[in-house]
Design a protein around this ligand. Structure first.
Ligand code: TXA
Ligand code: MG
Length: 319
């Protein structure tokens, strides 16, 4: 059932079953983070490998000390500046969080989502919600209730419909080395904003095939089923596949002098926030068209453009 009513969602969660929830980034597949039964169901339904830990969602910063400890001062500063919002902090976990949630790691990823429905839901519960993105492992993240329904229709009792996700890209994940922030995943909070808040941040080698610190940074991820390519010159690459049914994913401008089957423009005005909001929905639409190939245009290499290019690079990796 797709609904805007949180009451049935509370009932289902209290029975250790799962509910899809809207957030400002992407939809999450949520269950009671303190219940191993619920957490197991998340891994099972997503077909997520057990080595890939979950993000826990809490209602406010005040709840943070109940599930984490030894919180660095810069973590507090970031949480004060950006929560509720698209920032996930990786902190030392407290004992009540099961090893199943963290895949045996001593750290826990946690955030306060910025969506009125999910915040209202969290306030009705006396436990936090573990919620990875509501997509099968490795596929494109959902940014609408319809996307979630497409993936899980028969296997999910409740999808809470909070409309289209305003950010459209997952949260930025930050861990800590002593008190220095370390970037575990690029996301919808640009690194510039984080640097303005707490100064220097260290970047991880996010190209490592499996990064032990951020197991979700698998090189192939967010991937359409259709063979997808990333290039600076879409027209040139498209013209090297004559006769194919090609869909293109472009930043600002349509291709006018070359025939392609379908075109998605992420932001006619060249706004990276708008492009982020539209990216996954555009990928979902292209992936429904039975194309021979999707060709995506590389975005400008600054601000959110860095995040979007990172997602597109993973979506187009062949292994
Ligand atoms: O915006 C978001 O973050 C969305 C919404 C639903 O909140 N959630 C999301 O979850 O993107 P998921 O599971 O798709 O991505 C979580 C990422 C994974 O790459 C996982 O490896 C990483 O967080 N992660 C979780 N716990 C971690 C930890 N203790 N240390 C390092 N990385 C961790
Ligand atoms: Mg995900």
């Amino acid at each position: 059932m797709i609904t805007k009513d949180i009451e049935p969602a509370v009932q289902v969660l209290n029975k250790n079953d799962l509910v899809a929830i809207p957030t400002e980034t992407v939809y999450g597949l949520a269950g009671n983070a303190l219940s191993e039964i619920a957490v197991s169901k998340i891994f099972e339904l997503k077909k997520r490998p057990l080595y890939n830990p979950l993000i826990v969602h809490i209602k406010s910063l005040e709840y943070l000390p109940q599930i984490t400890r030894n919180i660095p001062s810069k973590a507090y500063k970031l949480a004060e500046d950006f929560w509720p919002g698209p920032l996930t902090l990786v902190l030392e976990k407290s004992p009540e969080i099961s090893d199943l949630v963290t895949s045996g790691k001593s750290t826990l990823a946690v955030r306060v989502p910025n969506h009125p429905l999910s915040l209202a839901l969290l306030k009705q519960l006396d436990y936090p919600l573990a919620a990875p993105s509501a997509n099968p492992f490795g596929s494109i993240s959902p940014t609408s209730a319809a996307h979630v329904d497409h993936y899980f229709h028969d296997n999910l009792q409740i999808i809470l419909d909070g409309g289209d996700c305003q950010r459209g890209i997952e949260s930025t994940i930050i861990g800590f080395k002593q008190d220095t922030p370390v970037v575990y995943r690029l996301g919808s909070l640009p690194l510039d904003d984080i640097q303005k808040s707490v100064g220097e941040v260290i970047s991880l080698d996010t190209n490592a095939i499996i990064n032990p610190q951020a197991p979700g940074m698998l090189s192939r991820h967010y991937a359409p089923k259709t063979d997808t390519f990333l290039t600076e010159d879409v027209r040139e690459l498209a013209s090297s596949f004559p006769g194919e049914k090609i869909g293109v994913l472009l930043f600002q401008h349509k291709i006018t002098d070359f025939p392609v089957y379908s075109q998605e423009i992420l932001s006619p005005s060249g706004d990276l926030n708008e492009a982020a909001k539209n990216l996954y929905a555009a990928m979902h639409r292209l992936d429904q068209l039975n194309l021979d190939r999707i060709i995506a245009e590389k975005l400008p290499e600054f601000g959110l453009g860095l995040t979007l290019n990172d997602k597109l690079t993973r979506a187009t990796k062949k292994v």
